[in-house]
Write a protein that binds this ligand. Sequence first.
Ligand code: ZN
Ligand code: ZN
Length: 361
Amino acid sequence: MKAAVFQEANKPLTIEDVEVRDPVPGEVMVRTVCSGVCHSDLHFVDGSWALPMAAVLGHEAAGVVERVGDGVTYVEAGDHVIMSFKPFCGGCYYCLRGTPQLCSDQSLNLSMVSRLKWKGNPVLQFANVGSFSEFMVTTESGVVKIPKEMPMAEAALIGCGVMTGVGAALYTAQVPGGSIVAVVGCGGIGLNVIQGCEIAGASQIIAVDVVPEKLDMATRFGATHTINAKETNPVEAVLELTGGQGTEYAFEAIGNVDAARQVFDMVRPGGTAVIVGMMPMGSEISVPGPAFLQEKKMIGCMYGSARFREHMPKLVDMFLQGRLNLSSLVSERMPLADVNNAFELMKTGKVARSVLEISSV
Ligand SMILES: [Zn+2]
Ligand SMILES: [Zn+2]
């Protein structure tokens, strides 16, 4: 099969013939239809996070089940699925307490290196997905079944950015109706945090970014106010917009330690700063200690705290009812061979998401 292979940071991916092995018992093979190109993929391509190489990147995808291994009961050939980049075991401490996004089963991580081969050598299948390729093999818990009327590009985006962003508002922070919130960073994740807060019924949604086009998009996704952090100090501007009090919730959706400090400073006493962005390896976040006497909270977020088989179909339903905006997140559509262009476009900051159309339904 064709796959885009990542061999070295800051070098273009190359399209190669990669071998994928058949699904073993408990596994599923999926033909990739659409794959989003996410900022987390770029973090590896630009070297800010490291991976064993070579690797097939791509972790935000939807496709059609091609065939299943023995013992698989949840899906069958022909089913449409969203890929989950966090397969779960269902039996560990984290799964049993209802947090499969934190599953600790290491075998589900290790399996990433066993399924792909290029020039006779094993290739890492990033996050058990590796969707910059024509086929993906994952464990049964790495797919979520969706109805056939769900369009594939929009479905793919639920696999990472939408689930993470909307989930950060609905399931991680559990934003109550009427809340006053700020979102720092209005890329693929931040726009979804914004629409998650809108779905939750937030009364004031303040969007912060440095790119005017992104602030325009933020308004279309539900932001009630925008702040260009290039023109003004965003913390002071948020305080001003909230009568000097700060917000009840603030979300960091970039993966930048300075922005993390800003969201902490934006929340009022008792408020919650939610770190959604993927912080650089080795980074540390510094906040003023006395603020904890004001019961300020800073919490993390993994995959929007999603319970995959419950929450992803709910997002599909909301889209099909016209209550979740996915289509305007799809800024560009292109073939797999153009994956490097997708990264270039992302660096301009002017697109919400580029979607690779790898096969048709
Ligand atoms: Zn992602
Ligand atoms: Zn588990």
